[in-house]
Ligand binder design. Sequence first.
Ligand code: ADP
Length: 499
Amino acid sequence: GAESNGSLKCLSEIPEIKFTKLFINGKFVDSISGKTFETIDPRTGEVIAKIAEGDKEDVDLAVKAAREAFDCGPWPRLPGSARGKIMMKFAELIDENAEELATLDCIDAGKLFDWGKKVDIPGAAETLRYFAGAAGKIHGETLKMSSEHQGYTLREPIGVVGHIIPWNFPSTMFLMKVSPALAAGCTMVVKPAEQTPLSALYYAHLAKLAGIPNGVINVITGFGPTAGAAISSHMDIDKVSFTGSTEVGRLVMQAAAMSNLKPVSLELGGKSPLIIFDDANIDKATDLALLGILFNKGEICVAGSRVFVQEGIYDEFVKKLTEKAKTWVVGDPFDPKVRQGPQVDKKQFDRILTYIEHGKREGATLLTGGKPCGHKGYYIEPTIFTDVKDDMVIAKEEIFGPVMSLMKFKTVEEAIKRANATKYGLAAGILTDNLNIANTVSRSIRAGVIWINCYFAFDNDCPFGGYKSSGFGRDLGKQGLDQYLQVKAVVTPTFDGKS
Ligand code: ADP
């Protein structure tokens, strides 16, 4: 493992990468085609490692292993609490390797190393523990039914699951999807995003060390239209859980429908409003607004990308926000002083800069930022636009970068109407001490999570997912487990007429 003496913190070299192959049936193997792809360090644009490129035939092998583990293996047949014990061991191994895992996510995705080591990775282990505890508490119901029949429901694992995950939170996403499926007794094929394959392979290794049987977790690294599409259209996968763009979510659902009608859950894009009322504390409000758009370089589906500020505090808010944005430190994510690392890849970097140009062309005022920073790597300045109109592209489309659209409003009704004027419905934030306003707005906004006087308040116990084009299904919480369980009703006559 990596040393914990702080020597890694200003690391500019790439550590040894131990796992670069597909993980099928408990073994690391080359892809059938023998092809590989390069994973890139966004701090420099340089190649980190060559990774096995899985395609349809590799997905077939992984599904075969998962099917066998489901139909004949011990995992679905163990008592839930026994699965929980093994999951606890897996969590312990994650904690022990937090530094190395945080390093992998840092070089692969440009995520802050300290945050990864202290929050992301331990948090991922906690998700595993949360569902480990739930594994022994899966119950059906007894049904009284009519006078002639009685019955009960069984909650059975849904079967072989396909998880297709994005690059912005490689560790959080991996465990958010894998943990409830493990608890339910499912077996699975995971496809990490092609931008960030490193930690997923490391988790596969740790799962094996923890004693999770072969075939239960398989990891296929590779691209979306090939490996990803092979999962969503597979005839022998029983459920697909997807997190990513709305555009690809649509393709996944279509492929699921056209193949074996497997149920899907989709956690997609967002354009979340943060609504700040006149009575809000300006210092706290500006801090939250900045964090809301700059956390994880804006590469987060619940980014507070539309900030609505009530007219009474608008001018003061803008002044303070600008001052703070200018002190926000962008740079190497290994440096503990840095708050924002590079965007994940060249494609996202270019895409964000194109949106910034759009904003300028459409007449929004660029308050601060707007340019790349540094000579190499994919760094972008914290960027704030004012005078943004609801129908501008930057107010409507998900940018997935450090770009805030700031808008002024007058009344509660106006705030609700404009906050809802989006095809998305993932999250919303409300800052006010007025209980009536907080209640009214939280009930009126069509989004899966409403944060009152906070933002990004995630918890394993809190279901997470979207309304409208942000998708459906919920990760985490009780609902997160339900996604991986089938309901079977068993019915019998109450009296057989013989006695
Ligand atoms: P983003 O636009 O944020 O990169 P995507 O939605 O493209 O996110 O990617 C999320 C995940 O979906 C990744 O693992 C990616 O490889 C996968 N993916 C991309 N295209 C497809 C597809 N056509 N079918 C299935 N999965 C796909």
